[in-house]
Design a binder for this molecule. Sequence first.
Ligand code: TRP
Ligand code: ZN
Length: 485
Amino acid sequence: MTYLRSARRRPLVVAAVGAATLGLLAPAASAAPADVRYAPGAPGLGDPYFPDLGNGGYDVGHYHLKTAYDPDTDHLTGTTTIKATATQNLSRFNLDLYKLNVRSVRVNGREAAFDRTGRHELEITPRKGLRERSMFTVVVRYDGVPETLSGPIVFDLPYGFLHTRDGATIVSEPNAANTWFPSNDHPRDKALFTIETTVPRGLKVIGNGRLVEHRSVRGEDTFVWREDRPMATYLATGQIGRFDVSTATTGKGVPQLDAVDSDLASDPNVRATPGWTTRATDELAGYFGPYPFTTTGSIVEHNNVPPLNLENALETQTRPTYESPPIEKGVVHEISHQWFGNSVSVGRWKDVWLNEGYALWTEKFWAERHGGPSALESFKQIYADPPQMPEPRPRFWDVVIADPTRDQMFHRAIYFRGGMALEALRHKIGKERFLELTRTWLADNRYGNATTEDYEALAERISGQDLDAFFKTWLHTPGKPPTWW
Ligand code: TRP
Ligand code: ZN
């Protein structure tokens, strides 16, 4: 799903996408003239950190993820229906899918040939070429036990599809969405989602967006969630377990749904999480501009489910996922991500400091607004004594924020030096200008993607200053920058 930049044109785009989702636009192209040339879509989107994530040649508008999961066997059975638009004449195209067994693929209702190539590619050849700008539908039937990822990218902890004691926790940033559904698995292709999951009776499923249907048939329960604003694949979730669910509406009128593992419901921090979420959703809207989504909330998961840990939180869209017990600044961090990361997403994964730096900066700004130290004081302390990570990771000041390498993309420096760079910029251009820059950034790029270079250009435009040297020092060069205050 591609959103155009110009604010004036955006409503038209939204209308077109809505119509496309409802199937009101032209379906597949009719018979092609004989001289039309078709070519394969690229198997990647050219992201240097993940060359084979995402695919070229089409743009997904909607995913319908229909799955059934059995916690006793860890087995997932799925049917993914993708509505997409070709961006070139396609002879074939790829989806990303890691392991799992593909049973069949249909394109526009007809059986299509498929092949498994590379580490996580599903290569699909429809009977007929797909014309540029035509809409097409892909249905993939698949099953298997989703493999949990682990490794240096995410704190050396397991992530992706975590098989828990009585269900599953799904936290896919950056590259694990394709371990549970076939997808164009890169934030550059956002789409609307319907997440429909069937589980044994007694379990619940908590997804993104709003619960639009719940049905009980013969010992099984099905939950249908719908996210009606563009979402990157890594932010999609459908957590399975025993949950206590509560609902509310924020003061500014945003519907809220909070879910907590039933065993944790008495923990004081867990009980405070819905209130923190309400406050962060409304208060951050006052600083940054309207909350970008149509619902908010939280999912609090059991920690230490052997042998897997979440040990963290992920900003799953509209409904962040927390390890228990959440803390207030963690909630502020994940709600901040709804603007920084979820509404405005990275253009390439090396831009991730724009997510984590802003979310960390928001924590310090929040403290400043609530009787704590000023953000400047907080960052002076971090400057004096930055958080280090265990060997063999690089030392804090050695990480280049705007291009940290794939395995350091969640290094503490991305968070803390990233946030510090923003505080230094705030000092340099002034507090009011900095907030204006932030609001303009969010408004101009809403539901889209943007890069570090885009941010630098906007900062120069809004401030009227030449910031090349500043950004070079803070974002593009290793080493401790000179004091900025
Ligand atoms: N974005 C998360 C944060 O808010 C960190 C993170 C990245 C993460 N990938 C993850 C957390 C996977 C849990 C699972 O800082
Ligand atoms: Zn974060």
